[in-house]
Design a protein around this ligand. Sequence first.
Ligand code: AR6
Length: 169
Amino acid sequence: MIRVEVGDITTLKVGAIVNAANSSLLGGGGVDGAIHRAAGPELLAECRSIEGCPTGEARITQGYDLPARFIIHTVGPIWQGGGRDEARLLKSCYLASLKLCLDRGIKGVAFPAISCGIYGYPKQEAVGIAVKTISELYISYSLNEVVFCCFDEPMAELYRDRIEKQGLG
Ligand code: AR6
C-alpha cells in the first residue's frame, strides 16, 4: 500500500525512514537536521564511521531514539537546471533505498520529498519520479507499506494528484 501523510517524518513508526542527507552524512538542515535531533547523538557517531555517501546512493543506520528501527540516508542531486543527470540520480536514490529495505527485510518505509527543499529540485518533476519508481517496484522489493511523508499540505496534494494519475489512488 502506498499512502501520503502530512507531518514530521521523525514521528513515524515504520521499519525505516529515509533521510534526505548530504554526501558528508554528518547532518544539516531540513529533514536531515530534524532526524539527527530526534534520533540523538549516537546517530552522528554511527554516521561518522560510514565516511560519506555519493549522490544517488544510500547507507543505512540504526534509528536510535526514533520510533523507526532504521534510517536510510540517501543523497539527492542538487538541482542545476536538469542537464546534470539530476533525474537519473534522483531515481537512483529511490532504487538504492528500496534495495536496502530488501536486504534488511524492512517491510515499511517512509520517504520525504528528496531534493525538494534546500536542493531545489522542481517539486512536480521530483514527485513524478518518486511515485513512478516506487509504485512500479515496491512490491518486488518485498515492501508492504510505503509512506510519502510531506511537511505541508500543498506537497501532499502533488503526491495525491500523481498517484491518482498513475491509477493507484
Ligand atoms: N518531515 C518530513 N519532511 C520534512 C521535514 C520533516 N521533519 N523537514 C523538512 N521536510 P530538505 P533536500 C521536507 O531541504 O532538498 C540538508 O541540509 C521539506 O519541506 O530537507 O534533499 C541536507 O543535509 C522538503 O519538501 O532536503 C542536505 O544538505 C523535503 O523535506 C540538504 O538539506 C526535503 O527538503 C538536502 O536537501
